[in-house]
Design a protein around this ligand. Sequence first.
Ligand code: XMP
Length: 514
Amino acid sequence: MNQEKVIVIDFGGQYNQLVARRVRECNVYCEIYSYRTKPEQIKAMNPKGIILTGGPNSCYEQGAPTYGKELFELGIPVLGLCYGAQLMMFLLGGKVEAAPVREYGKTEVFVDTSSKLFAGVSEQTVCWMSHFDYIAKEAPGFEITAHTADCPVAAAERAADKLYAVQFHPEVLHTQEGTKILHNFVRGICGCSGLWRMDSFVEQSIQAIRRKVGNGKVLCALSGGVDSSVAAVMLSKAIGKQLTCVFVDHGLLRKNEGDEVEEVFGPNGPYELNFIRVNAQDRFYVRLAGVTEPEQKRKIIGEEFIRVFEEEAKKIGTVDFLVQGTIYPDVVESGLGGESAVIKSHHNVGGLPDYVDFKEIVEPLRDLFKDEVRKAGLELGIPKYLVFRQPFPGPGLGIRIIGDVTAEKVRIVQEADAIYREEIADAGLAECIDQYFAALTNMRSVGVMGDERTYDYAVALRAVSTVDFMTAEASEIPFAFLQKVMGRIINEVSGVNRVFYDLTSKPPGTVEFE
Ligand code: XMP
């Protein structure tokens, strides 16, 4: 992208992706790079501004992440946040020490509103603080522009050089006027025009895909999930029938999901592309028969998926490009971008490149955060229910059934899950839960229905609140609601006589139920 951008230099703090998101909300394109990225590289990118993030270290300790002082001499505006602020002061001759009083949480900050950074901000404003060190003395030439009861330098600046340091976190929503502060920096101080828009992104991406692909043939593994759907539609708009999407129905999808995907992407749908649906349910059930160990189930599903996909790909012959639904957090997490290296433990079933004969990969969503992918999806006219689908794991219901997987168990889980999802939507609860589904416990117990003794399965309902899916808590769902869902599942789904609500957080549990 050759447009104006702001660069976030990542020092390993927990809110770093959030900083980039907030900048993009100001309609300014933003990318994250590790603090190990050399100043020449940063300079070559010609950014309009640089933001230094927070981080868990003490900047004065040996081995702590640091940066060359020349960063502040490039003539590019720099904003340091928390650790980034301390580092800026430290490198430029100020003093950073362990704070006599640590600040954590919402804190009243008194700001000098004559600073360009705080233009239009209230003189007393609530900000999110999280620090054990503090700036004991600002660097020479800096002026203090904010303080709190316990922190004499909550913000400082050398406005003539466009250097700004703030101890708090404007990127966190608890900082009530944080967006305004970031807006002041990127639009006011850096002078970004704010022309980054999803519609222009989509249009630019379509043009870029056309340039890259030319007359080539493109293959996409479509799962029906948000990312692969948005990628597929973007490609179909760019290159039409040069695109072939292969959708493998492994028999572990949610109720009606296979047909829904076909309705949208198949020959009767609105898009022009080659769509191949492979109904491979039986193959998967045969391979999974009698297998109870979760990792083994995952392996089998992954392998069989590859085999099916490969067979279809071979029928098409050589393809020039393979589509991958990589999104920006994957790029950052894989270490190509920022510092917060999270080792991905999950393999998406779609988009494994090494078994298809192709020349290159196309990743149309590589620059986007998840909610931006959704915005792009809406922009492309994809139905809302597809765009706002919750995460669904590649191995599907195979990891929501404890014990061996059979067609009968899949039916039970699909029906119970459909009821649960329908009720959550009706009750308007979907917005306060990040992921929810029904699972099969594999436990059978005695019950009584009518006058008959039953010996049936117990279904577990799961609902979690989470920010990043690395940790999660069971959502607080009204008891009356759970009772209603329980009643419907037991009445409508044969083979079930008990319903549990899973209270387990992650850790010690996981989100999925395997
Ligand atoms: P866990 O169960 O590990 O799940 O706490 C965290 C998040 O990851 C999703 N998940 C997967 N996604 N392939 C995926 O694409 C997988 O194999 C997989 N396993 C778990 C899960 O749905 C949750 O959102």
